[in-house]
Design a protein around this ligand. Structure first.
Ligand code: DHB
Length: 490
């Protein structure tokens, strides 16, 4: 566990101008050792030779002891994932290294991981616990590593965006201690981070089905995705979609989120397409479009011709006066621009054998239902859809009445750890970016996260990024600008 013994393993990457220590096992009690590894990449100036820190080295005004550390988890689809390599197509390391930051990519167990005996070992909260274990390991070894381990910036996308959020809001939280101990984490060290960059987070899974129907309910057809094959809603699904949408309105109103500037409580009207909560989401989408169009105009040599063309091709639903954008309404946006991706239900799947069902399973019961709201919704349809009720209800009921199970599910829901007296050592800084063309979850999910964090007094930079699909939705380099800004304060 002592990186002092790893000096000979460092090597220099000429193309990337960085020192590398790759494929390091971060726990001696690894149950899936192929995945529980990380790689460390260090800009050249902070190292003299293999594993020897250059105390005089400087880059972009930083030195080896004060430079921020970007800690990117590679979690995707809640699956087991290895850390990234610099030459992976999706690896964003270079932008961080070019700014002089230390960059660490971390692997993790996931929903399908098995130990050496073939037993499942990556269910909730293993993915998060691995990342916390890795951070403790890095802190323990900081003497031998360039970087300021009080300036860890967590980064992640999608399931990794969920993990990045959770790493931040559950820092050092006792809920995870038994799991950390079992995972061989260094219990004397801390796992909190300084800030979180969160891309397209797939969070609040207990309510994500509700949000999805509120958002995409007008569209009766879904694409093929990991949540199911392409299809058209059955009458039962249409009725279920309406019930889930109704429940989302109730859930959203109970969140009592506040407008970050005016403090007004945000609500949804009974129709789901009115009220200050609805207007706030539409404002976010319109700001996203306006930001995109302004940049497009500024980058044009030919007086906005391409911008005008862009807008005119979307004139059924998008207006632009040169400054502000206006979107007609959310249903048209969905039907004309970003159609629904997932079926109804989208997360806690009716046949119970998809992605998220697998995340919350146990070794003996690999797929489970986890949304009481979906269970109750099916129950309300007992009279009108007796056959579907018979087919689906009991398995939802059985899985979701179990209190211990509900506790396990809650370990992956950051909304439970913000502003409820249940906080971990949550940092001050959050940057949330979500594609305005992302239909993996409702846009309201990350909006609610941003609002909850703001209310808890956090510094939140939240925006939807126009035309960007599910992924690292961002304008080039802006994440680095944000890191500079929050780390150069003192
Ligand atoms: C991811 C995408 C999803 O649609 C989902 O439900 C869970 C995870 C992902 O890309 O990580």
């Amino acid at each position: 566990m002592e990186l002092v013994n790893f000096r000979e393993k460092w090597f220099y990457n000429e193309k990337r101008k960085c020192w590398c220590l790759t494929d390091v096992l971060y726990t001696e009690k690894a149950m899936a050792p192929e995945y529980q590894r990380l790689s460390i990449f260090v800009p050249k100036p902070y190292m003299k030779e293999k594993g020897v820190i250059d105390e005089e080295g400087r880059m972009n005004g930083y030195n080896a002891r004060n430079v921020p550390v970007v800690f990117e988890n590679n979690s995707a689809g809640y699956m087991q994932m290895k850390h990234k390599w610099l030459d992976d197509g999706r690896c964003m390391a270079q932008q961080y290294l070019d700014c002089g930051f230390v960059y660490i990519s971390c692997g993790n167990r996931g929903k399908e991981s098995v130990d050496e005996h073939g037993l499942l070992c990556g269910k909730v909260p293993a993915n998060l616990v691995d990342l916390k274990t890795a951070i403790r390991f890095l802190r323990y070894n900081q003497e031998w590593l360039p970087g300021n381990y009080e300036r860890i910036i967590s980064v992640g996308c999608s399931a990794g965006g969920a993990m990045s959020t959770l790493l931040a809001v559950t820092g050092n939280h006792r809920d995870y201690e038994p799991y950390l101990r079992e995972n061989g984490a260094i219990m004397e060290e801390r796992d909190d981070v300084y800030a979180a960059q969160i891309y397209c987070p797939i969070i609040d899974l207990e309510h994500a089905d509700l949000a999805y129907e509120w958002n995409f309910g007008a569209d009766r057809e879904n694409e093929a995705s990991h949540a199911g094959p392409a299809g058209v809603m059955t009458p039962f699904q249409e009725a279920l979609s309406r019930e889930l949408r109704k429940r989302y309105i109730r859930y959203f109103n109970n969140l009592k989120l506040k407008h970050p500037q005016t403090d007004e409580i945000l609500t949804l009207g009974d129709d789901g397409r009115s009220g200050s909560g609805y207007s706030y989401l539409m404002d976010c989408l319109e700001n996203s479009a306006a930001d995109f169009l302004r940049r497009k105009k500024d980058s044009e040599v030919s007086d906005g011709i391409a911008v005008n063309q862009y807008v005119s091709e979307r004139k059924e639903w998008l207006d632009w006066d040169g400054e502000q954008a206006h979107i007609r309404d959310l249903d048209i946006y969905v039907l004309e621009y970003r159609r629904r991706m997932k079926p109804c239900t989208a997360f806690d799947i009716l046949n119970g054998t998809c992605n998220e069902n697998e995340v919350f399973g146990t070794a003996g019961h690999p797929f489970i239902h986890f949304s009481r709201e979906v269970a109750e919704s099916i129950q309300t349809l007992k009279e009108s859809f007796p056959q579907e009720y018979e087919q689906y209800y009991e398995s939802y009921r059985k899985d979701t009445v179990d209190e211990a199970q509900a506790q396990r599910v809650s370990l992956y829901n950051p909304m439970n750890y913000i502003g409820k007296g249940r906080e971990g050592n949550a940092p001050d800084y959050y940057r949330i970016r979500v594609g305005a063309f992302d239909a993996d979850t409702s846009w309201a999910v990350s909006m609610a996260l941003a609002l909850r964090l703001s209310e808890a007094g956090k510094n939140v930079d939240y925006a939807l990024v126009w035309d960007q699909p599910h992924g690292q939705a961002d304008y080039p380099g802006e994440v680095c600008g944000w890191i500079e800004q929050i780390c150069r304060k003192e």
